[in-house]
Design a protein around this ligand. Structure first.
Ligand code: F6R
Length: 244
């Protein structure tokens, strides 16, 4: 595991964008596993800037997102499809046909999970998987539970996650209660994992994930089993981390 301690959110985003850029240079036809949420927005901005300046070329890459709200269609303003279009897809030369997310409006949830797993298998899994971390230690929407999940599945979001997501919605009742997410096994199949963490409210989760035991009560702790994890965090988020 490699740890980059950056001063603040901007430093974290810069470092993360450099790693994303290096992945594209190393393997232009790579599969990028992507996350939504506040944490990677700065990285997406910088990567888009890199593309505008001619430094980065996404034309041969494919992307697979971790998750999507169940019940939200791809054109819903709150969907992760829209989030990704706004923050990255519309700003770089990714081929839209190779940008994949679970379909929140799929009529048959089980079939949708199987479809997404088959897609991940066909792509060979992500070369680099970007992750944020929830305050409760979730990655993707793998919430604390009694067992690690395997493939793509549908989850009921915990109270802590619903509260964290509340800020993106006008009314509390609009916050989706369920989501599709890649499972822990899907995530662990990535060639490399880039975990981003910013802010003091992530410090406890980062500490439990990497200093504590591997346990499904802290889903991110499964990353201890992955041979190539890059943790990029700012000082506030890594404040409690003991691992060097
Ligand atoms: C989003 C995702 C989530 C977030 C996590 C942190 O696609 O998979 O696990 O990464 O909830 O969210 P932020 O970055 O908003 O703190």
């Amino acid at each position: 595991m490699r740890i980059f301690r950056e001063k603040d959110y901007d430093g974290m985003s810069r470092r993360a964008a450099d790693i994303l850029g290096a992945q594209l240079l190393m393997k232009p036809d790579c599969v990028l596993g992507l996350a939504t949420g506040s944490t990677p927005v700065g990285m997406y901005d910088l990567a888009s800037g890199g593309y505008s300046r001619g430094e980065l070329d996404f034309s041969r890459a494919a992307t697979v997102n971790l998750d999507e709200y169940k019940g939200l269609a791809p054109d819903d303003p709150q969907s992760y499809h829209r989030f990704m279009r706004e923050h990255l897809f519309s700003r770089v030369n990714l081929c839209p046909e190779r940008c994949y997310l679970p379909d929140g409006a799929a009529p048959d949830p089980d079939a949708e999970c199987r479809r997404y797993d088959a897609l991940l298998d066909a792509l060979g899994g992500p070369d680099l998987q970007v992750l944020g971390i929830g305050r409760n230690g979730h990655i993707g929407f793998n919430e604390p539970s009694d067992a690690f999940s395997c493939g793509t599945h549908c989850v009921r979001l915990t109270q802590s996650t619903l509260e964290a997501n509340r800020r993106f919605f006008a009314r509390e009742e609009d916050v989706p209660r369920m989501a599709y997410t890649m499972g822990i096994r899907n995530i662990l199949r990535a060639g490399a994992v880039l975990l981003l963490a910013s802010g003091g409210d992530k410090a406890e989760a980062v500490h439990l994930a990497f200093d504590g035991p591997v346990t499904p009560r802290v889903p991110a702790s499964a990353l201890q089993l992955h041979p190539n994890v890059i943790l990029v965090g700012d000082e506030a988020a890594l404040r409690l981390l003991q691992r060097k």
